[in-house]
Design a protein around this ligand. Structure first.
Ligand SMILES: [Zn+2]
Length: 136
């Protein structure tokens, strides 16, 4: 799920738990972690699964900078921003906006941020922030 895609209010409410708590699922058969949760396990096609709380930590796998004129309408008026594919520590790859630019391989962690307002409702979701190295 990309952050720029339109999300209807009912869909937003249904997926709020996943969005804010980073809850994925782990396959009972092979242990593969999926986020966001979808159908059968992509590795073994198994259907048995259990909820798993993701750490929200990972590394930048790829990054794209998006200029304001190329942004979807709900982001217009904002400065250029970076969207990255994050390789989570638990295995899944997810696409999310970065709070600030970060190079490939940089460690990042999920933070909850106000994304935009639509239909009179402020949408919150996670972005990824570069890990601050202690002692530097
Ligand atoms: Zn599996």
């Amino acid at each position: 799920m990309t952050m720029g895609a339109h999300v209807s209010l009912p869909m937003y409410r249904r997926t709020l738990r996943q969005r804010l708590l980073l809850e994925g699922v782990r396959c009972r058969a092979c242990g593969q972690v999926q986020f966001p949760p979808r159908g059968a396990c992509p590795a073994c096609r198994g259907l048995g699964r259990e909820p798993v709380q993701l750490s929200g930590r990972g590394v930048v796998h790829a990054v794209t900078r998006i200029a304001p004129q190329g942004a979807p309408p709900e982001f217009s008026g904002q400065p250029m921003y970076a969207v990255a594919i994050i390789h989570l520590d638990e295995g899944p790859f997810i696409t999310a906006q970065l709070t600030e630019d970060a190079p490939i391989g940089a460690p990042v962690r999920a933070v909850v941020r106000r994304l935009y307002e639509e239909d009179g409702v402020v949408r919150y979701g996670f972005k990824f922030a570069p890990e601050v190295m202690t002692g530097s």
